[in-house]
Design a protein. Structure first.
Length: 311
């Protein structure tokens, strides 16, 4: 209630007027904020739902789009129909971040829905270099959602906000608490794109060891892929969009990192593809899920069951 009116308070903020690229979450209460961003001819980035396939979609309205068309582009369906994905290695620079909240305090302390996606999106933008320490974070809520929050409820990975916009007020929080500085890789199972980002950071020499990983085992001999006994039916996974400069050793290394080592790998580099054989459909499906969003040589790979394996 009042979300559309509260969003118009963006127009009174110098930070919004100066921003060229704005990231806004895809939920319905921020629909008018997305429309106002498009109407102001700014670049609008919207996170992919639950970060299943990547981080951002860039909204690209059709040429000569009317105000009504921009309103359509600002809806969840419009985000699907009029957007292009932004790769993890894209050079996105975000000038302003708009998030939703369940509750927020005038000190800038925020509680989300409990799954941590807004916190994770911000941490991923930090990792990409898309946001800086002074990048403003705004939340748009109803007045009844502005409450006192005990600081002990906050953790290091919790995102704080600099402005709160409600139907009746614009609140500058002057929050001094640090925003998330890095990524919680323990959410790898929930957010496949994190696996690709973790792989990139590891390649860059960063320590991305998980809490339950033991560094002293890192140099232990890797187990050999099990032999296929009997006449079991293999299931094949197709990997496409492989850059010409990629070597088979790079793909093998990534497969080990993502715990998706196949029984057999058929490398067809000249055709920019490879085929991975797994012992059964469940193992192949798990590998496809693990490898979603994997990027090599600046390109996101296409990973799916091979055509003759699809049901």
């Amino acid at each position: 209630q009042g979300a559309s009116h509260a969003a118009t308070r963006l127009l009174g903020l110098q930070e919004f007027r100066a921003a060229q690229t704005v990231k806004i979450n895809p939920d319905a209460p921020q629909k008018n904020a997305r429309f106002l961003t498009l109407e102001a001819r700014k670049t609008l980035l919207v996170p992919t739902p639950r970060l299943r396939t990547g981080l951002f979609n860039k909204i690209v309205p059709p040429p000569g789009a009317t105000k009504e068309m921009l309103r359509i582009c600002a809806t969840s369906q419009g985000v699907k129909d009029f957007s292009v994905p932004i790769r993890l290695d894209g050079k996105a620079r975000v000038d302003l971040v708009v998030v939703g909240s369940v509750a927020v305090s005038e000190k800038g302390w925020r509680i989300g829905k409990g799954e941590g996606y807004a916190d994770m999106e911000y941490a991923m933008m930090v990792s990409m270099g898309a946001v800086q320490e002074d990048t403003p974070v705004i939340t748009i809520v109803h007045d009844c959602q502005v409450v006192d929050i005990a600081e002990e409820l906050l953790d290091d990975h919790d995102l704080t906000v600099d402005y709160i916009l409600t139907p009746t007020r614009t609140i500058k929080t002057n929050c001094k608490r640090l925003k998330p500085q890095g990524i919680i890789y323990e959410m790898l199972g929930k957010i496949p794109v994190l696996k690709s980002l973790r792989y990139r950071e590891k390649q860059a020499g960063k320590d991305v060891t998980l809490k339950d990983e033991h560094p002293d085992l890192a140099n232990a001999a890797k187990p050999r892929a099990p032999r296929l006994e009997g006449s079991g039916t293999l299931t094949t996974v197709y990997v496409g969009n492989i850059p010409p400069s990629t070597r088979v050793s790079e793909l093998k290394h990534a497969l080990r990192e993502f715990h998706a080592t196949p029984l057999r790998l058929n490398w067809q580099g000249a055709q920019h593809r490879a085929f991975l054989d797994y012992k059964d459909k469940a193992t192949a499906a798990s590998a496809v899920s693990s490898l979603q969003g994997l990027s090599l040589g600046g390109k996101t790979l296409r990973v799916e069951l091979a055509r003759n394996q699809r049901n």
